[in-house]
Every structure is written in structure tokens, then in C-alpha cells.
Design a protein around this ligand. Sequence first.
Ligand code: NAI
Ligand code: MG
Length: 346
Amino acid sequence: STLKVALLPADGIGREVIPAARAALEALGSDLPKLEFVDLLAGFELFTRTGTALPEETINALREQDCALFGAVSSPSKRVAGYSSPIVALRKELDLYANIRPVLSVSKDPTQKPYVDLVVVRENTECLYVKQEVSEMGEHGRVAKATRLITERASTRIGKMACEIALQRPRKHVTIIHKSNVLSVTDGLFRETVRRVPSLPEVNGKYDSIQIGEQIVDSAVYRLFREPQIFDVMVAPNLYGDILSDAAAALVGSLGLVPSVNAGDTFVMGEPVHGSAPDIAGKSIANPLASIRSAALMLRHLGYGKQAGRIESAVDEVIRDGTVLTPDLGGNSKTEEVTAEVLKRI
Ligand code: NAI
Ligand code: MG
């Protein structure tokens, strides 16, 4: 059997860190099925050259693969005619409805429990990000309105995903993040639907060992900064999840450490949380660890937990050892040197 992996480095440091993720997968050798890589095009630079940021061929080729690794895209902050972000489009095209972001602090002492060890599970397809915005002239000037969509279907499947992830973790705790004290209809539906997941007939008691709690979003952020150790799996609608997951990433130092996957029922795409980092692109100093950890997370999601663990332990050792690190972590090593150090330990 083979494992078909698409590589979409896209822009900036995406091109420097995706090769590191590939090398980590290859280093697992016979512990994985035979790997087949295919390089696919996407990104803003591609758009400026060809007029398209996400070619049809890329989407079609992706459907033939088992999984993918995405680097980063340099989306401009100003509107550019004809351009829209390929990563947002890919999540939609492949129905990657969950964005999963583990945030883990590695302690110098391997016998010590990590201070932060949580996973943000963000709904990826609805909420305010359905982008149904209108602006009209009112009596006292312009009025802008946005639609916020929450459905039982999407809330159920993200709830199941959160329970599935919690099941693999020692604490088996899920916290629902919401604001249903104010938005009782939309957030109310999200909260009630996720709460009901363990008792759904089709899950057959599978999630009975999971404890479900909840936290209002603003106090969740407060507690996240004061006592992050209370959280295990946090599940949230799209907008809260987006903000929470960046906030959680700040707890562990560098963006260059935090991985994610975009997951659906039939496809998974690993993606470091950071962007294309134009300020350091081309200097070979980008931290490859987020990207390498994204490859591990992708494997874990495909059911290769043991293999993912080998990559994750190697990364933890390199961080703990502390002598071969990129400048964002206070070191003076190059991307390739850090990658080589991880490969050696795999
Ligand atoms: P960024 O994540 O690219 O960079 C923020 C800061 O963190 C920079 O100082 C950068 O040098 C540093 N940094 C990021 N990743 C690093 C790594 N692996 N190693 C060492 N340092 C690292 O965010 P920024 O600057 O706001 O955005 C740059 C571009 O990236 C923008 O065009 C933005 O739209 C895009 N972006 C794309 C994302 C994606 O592809 N999913 C996510 C976030 C931003
Ligand atoms: Mg974000």
C-alpha cells in the first residue's frame, strides 16, 4: 500500500519549511506505507504570475491524495481584484470542517507535566465566516450587517470531532466555548448541540468517559492566560476558535512551534499556524518545527499515532536540548540544521 501526500508550499517561508516536514515523514522509513509525494501549486505569488491562486488542477489532484501539507500564503491585507485566499477556498472545496490546533509547552524536565497542554478545535465552515455581509444607507449614515450561521449539522460534527480527540487524551475533557448568555439563539444552538453529542444514539456510548464542561468566551480567554492548565480540549464556533487558537499559541512562545490540521471526514491537511513571514523569507532561518509537527499531527489523524509520536518526541528533544534552535527561539541555527537535528532523533 502507499500513502499519497500532496505538498503545497505556496509562499514565503512555506517553501522553506514544507521540505522539512517531508523529510520528517521520509525519516520514518518502513514504519509507514510507501510514501508518494506530489508537488502542487497555490499561493499569492502564483496569482501574480498566472492570475489564479488555486488552479483547478491543484484541487483535482488533491482529491486523488490521502492527505496534504500546506505551507503558508501571503494574502495581502488590501483587497486585490480577482484574488481570494487559497487556504480558505481549500477548506471549503475539501469540506475540511475542523481546524485542530494542539498547543503544548515542552518543559526542560521531561518528567514534569507540561504547563500548557490543550487542543483548540475550531469549526471551520460557518459562523460569521460565511461572509454574508451587506452595507446599506440608513437614516443616520451607513449600516453594515453580517449573517452568523450556526447549524445543528456542523455543530454535531465538530462536537464529535472534539470528543474523538478528547478520547485519545488522558484527561478526556471537552470545554464548549460560547456566549449563549447573550447570543442565546446561535451560540445556544452550538452549545446545546455539542452537549448532546455523547448521548446521540449513533455514537453508542462511545463518549461516555468524556466530561463536557463549558466556558463563556471572554472568561475563557481570561482563564486561558491565568491558568491554561485547566483546559484540555476546547471546542468553539469559527470566530471564537480563530481568536482563541492564536491566543493559545502565544502561551508557548513562538508561532514557529505551533502546528495544525484542517480535517474533514475523508481528508486531512496539515498546516503550520504561522504565515509566510516575508520579513525572514529567503534567509534560511525559518523555524521548521511547526511544519514538522503538522506532518505528525496529520499522521495521527490518519491513524498512525505511533509514527506521529516518533516525530513529536524528536521535536520535543530538540527543544529541550536547546543547542540547535532557530533565532525565534533564541538560537543561531539555520532551518536545515534544526531539521537535520530532528531527523537524527527520529
Ligand atoms: P507571520 O506568521 O507570517 O509572521 C509573524 C511574525 O512571526 C514574523 O515576525 C515572522 O518572522 C515570525 N514567524 C512566523 N513564522 C515563523 C517561523 N516558522 N520561524 C520563525 N519566525 C516565524 O504573520 P504576518 O507577518 O502577520 O503575515 C505575513 C503573511 O502571511 C501575510 O500575507 C498573511 O496574510 C499571511 N498569513 C498566512 C497564513 C496562512 O497561510 N494560513 C496565516 C497567517 C498569515
Ligand atoms: Mg488566525
